[in-house]
Design a binder for this molecule. Structure first.
Ligand SMILES: Cc1cc2nc3c(=O)[nH]c(=O)nc-3n(C[C@H](O)[C@H](O)[C@H](O)COP(=O)(O)OP(=O)(O)OC[C@H]3O[C@@H](n4cnc5c(N)ncnc54)[C@H](O)[C@@H]3O)c2cc1C
Length: 696
């Protein structure tokens, strides 16, 4: 049902005549826009009316800001955009069946590799930052294509190059690179997703024939959700428990989860190979261009050399060798090699958030509803509520841009150096940022849709597909709740090491100082400081974020110790689970803020730096305000300071609104990438392009 508001320049005139629910709402709105004398205090009145009065705003040089934001791989991204822009028949239509979408997605991938000459696979190892830049650009064409590409190169290809050895790379690299060998990554089973060590598929060594025999022992062990399996995959990296025959009465010994290359379809006929049963996982909430399937194995024989043997090998005599001493260490090393997928998802999620924010902000500037009596209507972004929905989100998008760029750089460094400390750091950072950013983006997509009213609901304006396609980013490559626990676990390990005199990993260095800081009481004098100079000082902001993390860390460590005496470590962990998740999020926010502050400092252009500083302040103030109860509870912030933080947050929202157009333009995504008529850069064209979709 549609409920339209009267489109009048004088809504108060309507109120007298009409007594419907709609007009009562207008009445309330009208009284808000025309506050009674003395009804608002001075600052609030100024804030409420300021949008109409047009206050001085920061001068932003979009080109300079854009130059600073652009990664060094913008050229290759532009290559992706140009290629698909020049091939309209490869663009995904709004209405498309599952089967057609899958075929189109495969054609898009082949077009990219064979026609556009963009071959991402080699970058997975040699230049991951370039690979992630391509992934982000491809995802903006169609998120299904981004995921299909990720399955082929990062998951299937990545498992071969990261878990295999030279013989595997020599044999498979070319075929994966050219997509002649489309493949899958088959880890998840019907009964086990997050708990990978619980998987039940077995690979038993047969010394007589020098082969492994892959078996699905029960229906719970059917490989499920496997991308590329339903239609296109010819191979799969299958994760299974390695079973070795023993000479004792046990018969076989379980060596833990290992990865094996298993051909699943005939190269010529595309028919499933003997013993391999394949079914389609069917229509999904989103990402229907990806053919997710289920695989069951019945005594499928593969040569011994198909074991991806970087971390553990089986000799001709059935003897097991590994440089790593235990099943747990080998498992950790195996999963550790797969963090690239998480890095890619965190990075791509920011790309999705940028598109959504661009559309919502541009439309909010264009769209006008109501206005002061006898005056023109105002843009919906002039409403404080709309600023409150979108401006902290815009600031967060910038914050995440810098944080995930940092993650990509660290990941690339780790791939080069294999430095052990960096490996741990990148593992926890990728888990935390993936979880935090994808959850944030998922929520923001709904907010953006709602912020664009009815037109946000038109499929052509993209929020529906962005939301449906992106939603699963929260679950695959590690469920977000599970990943945050890994971050919390890592923080606790660091905490323990600190008290045992060890060193802290780079990202966690701040804990060394702030733990001491936490153990002292909050300073009652600074708790009352409320001046803008103080609140906008990066030192205050970082201290506040880190104080919160340190406090959460200290208190959860004490609680865990207490509960483990009665509940055991598993029970204690569960008893403190929400506390642990808050700790992980708090830590990730501290890292994000630190990276944002760094990025502001490093920005060479003065005007861009001023704009970034404003965004950074809004990010920090908004986060502190959202958690103000925590700060108040421990008197880190006195009541007057809490009020000042609130006021400043609203003021910053308003200030950012004034530069919102330039700031979203600086993301530098052309209309043929954002592809939403209501979010076009030239606002004057938006309505006409939009109405053309309906045939006008
Ligand atoms: C579209 C799609 C594509 C996929 N592609 C692939 C693929 O190509 N290859 C592949 O191997 N897999 C793939 N997957 C599987 C995916 O990786 C898993 O779904 C994911 O790892 C989560 O596992 P799960 O589904 O078993 O969720 P579960 O682990 O069952 O989680 C369900 C809920 O329980 C909660 N939960 C679980 N454990 C804990 C805990 N310890 N503490 C607190 N809460 C917990 C989670 O937070 C979640 O809310 C895909 C999935 C989808 C939907």
């Amino acid at each position: 049902m549609e409920s339209r508001q009267p489109n009048s320049t004088d809504p108060t005139a309507e109120i007298v005549e009409d007594s419907t629910a709609a007009t009562r709402r207008i009445e309330r709105l009208s009284s808000h826009l025309n506050p009674p004398p003395g009804g608002f205090d001075g600052a609030e009145a100024e804030m409420a009316l300021a949008p109409c009065a047009g206050r001085a705003k920061i001068d932003v040089n979009t080109e300079q800001l854009s130059k600073y934001m652009r990664g060094k791989y913008r050229d290759v991204q532009q290559g992706v955009y140009d290629y698909f822009n020049s091939r309209p028949e490869l663009q995904t239509p709004i209405e498309i069946s599952k089967d057609d979408h899958r075929e189109l997605c495969m054609r898009q991938l082949m077009g990219l590799v064979t026609e556009a000459g963009i071959r991402p696979f080699r970058y997975v190892v040699d230049d991951p930052a370039r690979y992630f830049a391509i992934l982000e650009a491809v995802g903006s064409v169609d998120m299904s294509l981004g995921i299909k590409m990720g399955v082929q190169f990062s998951l299937w290809g990545g498992s071969v190059v990261n878990l295999g050895t030279k013989k595997h790379i020599d044999k498979y690299f070319e075929g994966i690179d050219s997509v002649e060998y489309p493949g899958c990554f088959a880890m998840t089973e019907l009964h086990h997703g997050s708990n990978v060590q619980g998987i039940q598929t077995v690979a038993t060594f047969d010394p007589m024939n020098d082969e492994f025999v892959i078996d699905t022992p029960n229906d719970g062990a059917i490989k499920w959700w496997i991308g590329n399996a339903a239609v296109h995959g010819k191979f799969a990296t299958v994760f299974a428990k390695l079973m070795l025959p023993t000479h004792d009465t046990k018969g076989v010994s379980d060596m833990g989860v290992h990865a094996f290359i298993v051909p699943i379809r005939d190269m010529k006929t595309n028919k499933p190979l003997p013993g391999v049963q394949i079914h389609d996982c069917g229509h999904k909430v989103g990402l229907n261009g990806v053919d997710n399937g289920a695989l069951r194995f019945r005594s499928v024989r593969i040569p011994r050399e198909n074991l991806l043997n970087r971390f553990g090998d089986v000799g001709r005599d059935g003897k097991y060798t590994s440089s790593l001493p235990s099943i747990n260490k080998r498992f950790a090393a195996t999963l550790g090699e797969l963090v690239g997928g998480r890095v890619g998802l965190a990075y791509s999620s920011v790309g999705v958030l940028k598109i959504a924010v661009i559309i919502a902000v541009r439309y909010s500037l264009l769209r006008q509803q109501f206005g002061p009596p006898k005056q023109p209507e105002i843009s919906i972004l002039d409403y404080q509520s709309q600023q409150h929905k979108l401006m902290p989100m815009l600031a967060s998008t910038y914050a995440f841009h810098f944080a995930t760029s940092h993650l990509v750089a660290k990941y690339a460094e780790m791939k080069k150096t294999h430095d052990e400390e960096l490996v741990g750091d990148v593992h926890a950072l990728s888990a935390g940022l993936k979880a935090y950013v994808t959850s944030y983006t998922a929520k923001s997509l709904s907010i953006c849709r709602e912020a664009c009213g009815g037109h946000g609901y038109a499929a052509v304006n993209r929020f529906g597909s962005l939301r449906n396609d992106h939603d699963i980013f929260q679950t695959f490559e590690g469920d977000n709740t599970v990943l945050l626990q890994q971050v919390a676990g890592y923080l606790l390990k660091q905490y323990k090491e600190k008290f045992q005199g060890g060193t802290l990993a780079v990202t966690w260095n701040y804990l060394r100082d702030s733990m001491n800081f936490y153990l002292s009481q909050p300073n009652p004098v600074t708790a009352r400081w409320e001046g803008q100079d103080h609140l906008r000082d990066p030192k205050f902001q970082l201290d506040a974020f880190r104080y919160r993390t340190s406090r959460l860390l200290q208190s959860v460590a004490v609680r865990l110790q207490k509960h483990s005496k009665t509940l055991g470590s598993f029970g204690a962990w569960n008893r403190c689970l929400n506390h642990l998740l808050t700790l992980a999020e708090s830590h990730i926010e501290s890292v994000i803020l630190a990276k944002f502050i760094d990025a502001v400092r490093r920005c060479p252009d003065e005007k861009s730096r001023a704009a970034l500083k404003l965004l950074c302040d809004l990010y920090a103030m908004d986060r502190i305000w959202k958690d103000i109860g925590t700060y108040r509870n421990v008197d880190y912030v006195a009541p007057n300071k809490a009020k000042a933080i609130h006021k400043l947050t609203e003021y910053l929202c308003f200030q950012v609104k004034n530069i919102a157009k330039e700031v979203v333009d600086a993301f530098d995504l052309p209309d043929y990438v954002t592809r939403a008529p209501i979010g076009m850069q030239a606002a004057e064209d938006a309505y006409s392009v939009y109405t053309q979709y309906a045939g006008f």
